[in-house]
Design a protein around this ligand. Structure first.
Ligand SMILES: Nc1ncnc2c1ncn2[C@@H]1O[C@H](COP(=O)(O)OP(=O)(O)OP(=O)(O)O)[C@@H](O)[C@H]1O
Ligand SMILES: [Mg+2]
Length: 470
């Protein structure tokens, strides 16, 4: 649910981000165009105004009040030829108009203070008159007899302003259309990218406990998702394996518990069928006790494994002399080995390690009891101790006997796994429940070590690697 919601949010968020980015980029672009055009038109206006003013001033310098004004006007008209929307206003020191073009009254457009400022700074100003906008420049020239002429020149900005406003609305429209297109484009591309994923999701959603054997065909997905599908299929295989083992595990527990209970029930029924002597009752109770002990052992083994699964096994770490410990264990197994005339040969040495003595003892005795069980009479079991590095030690327990087929080796440490698949037990059956090696593995893992097994025609070898300190 959460994932679906998230996907929806992402599929909306992405087009929005694309749209905003497009919008932002185009806005910056438009701003750049508009401001460049504005700068360009200001420069153009200013240079036009300055050129006209300096040409007029040149004429005024050579103009004497006694001269014919017509000639001056002719020359000014010549100067103004080719300039559109340009207005000139020339006044003398008394404010009398010497010359003016038709158009706005520039003397009204400029306040005296403003006029003086422009003259002093050689600048320009913008003035709005009769709904029209003008850029105005002014200059003053002193001619003979201390006569002063002030030239005010204005150029109309209306066309430029209109162009800028059209440019602005055109660019605005372009931004709007681009944003909508970007939005639609990203929605379409997301839809097509999402489509195979949605199909994949539907297939995955259909997988349940009963169809764990289903594998998604890689041919049905686009190339870029093939590795994802392969990884998912591999995960399914692992899950199927775990579920299968879980099912077997439950069935195995039930089976292992049922056998002693059936034995106990049958025996009790037989005993109750007729009167028995005290000696007979004692014998039967001893036999029952054996079954009770087996069940109790199995339950405590299961509890141990459950604790290991929940990471509740906390080793009681002490300094252990492995050679010493193994020597004691060999002595402990002597009665068993003597029965089959088997020799336990302990070789090599290593430094002390830190570990839980009880747990490690249990692990090694499980391996040794298996080894003794599967070693033919009059043979030798070898235990080799070695220091593989400063911080690691190795214990190899090798026993001669029938080779374990390689297909069994990866499962040997699984719970209830036995090479002999027949679960039929009779009084002569010496094999156990198949959890001894699972316990060994848990103990070694709790000690941050590793365990592996090798088997060939000569021997079966259990190899334990342990760190000297956890
Ligand atoms: N040294 C060995 N040589 C040959 N086969 C072995 C050896 N050790 C273990 N196996 C095989 O591995 C299986 C699993 O061993 P494991 O110790 O887990 O169970 P078990 O001995 O059958 O029962 P349990 O230890 O619970 O009493 C055994 O049933 C046996 O088939
Ligand atoms: Mg065993």
């Amino acid at each position: 649910m959460y994932w679906m919601k998230r996907t929806k949010i992402i599929s909306f968020r992405l087009p929005l981000i694309v749209c905003l980015l497009t919008c932002g980029l185009l806005y910056c672009f438009s701003y750049l165009i508009e401001s460049s055009f504005e700068k360009f038109s200001i420069q153009q206006n200013v240079s036009e105004l300055n050129s006209v003013i300096s040409s007029i001033e040149r004429e005024l310098i050579y103009f004497s009040p006694n001269d014919n004004r017509d000639e001056l006007f002719q020359n000014i008209l010549l100067i103004l030829t080719g300039h559109h929307h340009l207005f000139v206003y020339i006044i003398d020191e008394s404010g009398k108009i010497l010359y003016r073009t038709r158009g706005p009254n520039l003397a009204v457009a400029l306040k005296p203070a403003n006029l003086e400022k422009i003259i002093a700074q050689h600048g320009t100003t913008i003035s709005n008159l009769n709904k029209s906008s003008y850029r105005i420049a002014a200059s003053r020239v002193i001619v003979e007899n201390n006569k002063q002429y002030t030239t005010i020149v204005a150029v109309g900005r209306d066309l430029q302003l209109e162009f800028i406003s059209r440019l602005r609305s055109g660019l605005g429209l372009l931004i709007a259309i681009s944003c909508v297109l970007a939005l639609i484009g990203s929605f379409i591309s997301i839809y097509f990218t999402q489509k195979p994923i949605n199909r994949l999701i539907k297939k995955i959603e259909r997988i349940n406990l009963k169809s764990l054997n289903y594998r998604i065909p890689t041919s049905s997905v686009p190339t870029k998702y093939i590795s994802l599908v392969r990884a998912f299929n591999k995960m399914l295989t692992r899950m199927e394996d775990v579920f299968q083992r879980q099912r077997n595990f439950t069935a195995d527990i039930a089976h292992e518990m049922r056998t002693p209970i059936t034995n106990l029930t049958t025996q009790t029924q037989i005993v109750l069928n007729s009167a028995r002597s005290t000696e007979e009752y004692r014998e039967i109770l001893y036999s029952n006790l054996e079954e009770y002990e087996k069940m109790s052992q199995m339950i405590s083994d299961m509890l141990f494994l459950a604790q290991a699964d929940n990471h509740q096994l906390v080793p009681n770490l002490i300094d252990i002399d492995l050679f010493n410990m193994l020597t004691m264990m060999c002595d402990y197994f002597e009665p068993l080995t003597d029965e089959k005339n088997i020799t336990l040969n302990l070789e090599g040495n290593c430094s002390h390690i830190q570990g839980d003595k009880l747990m490690l003892g249990r692990a090694i005795s499980n391996i040794l009891s298996n080894a003794i069980r599967y070693t033919p009479q009059n043979e030798v079991i070898t235990i080799t101790l070695s220091q593989t590095s400063e911080k690691r030690v190795k214990i190899v327990i090798a026993n001669p006997g029938k080779k374990i087929a390689s297909r069994h080796l990866p499962h040997l440490f699984d719970r209830f796994y036995r090479v002999d698949e027949s679960r039929h037990r009779n009084g002569n059956d010496t094999s156990g429940a198949g959890i001894g090696l699972a316990i060994v593995k848990s103990i070694i893992q709790t000690h941050k070590g590793t365990i592996s097994v090798e088997s060939d025609d000569k021997s079966t070898r259990f190899i334990i690697n342990l760190p000297t300190a956890i």
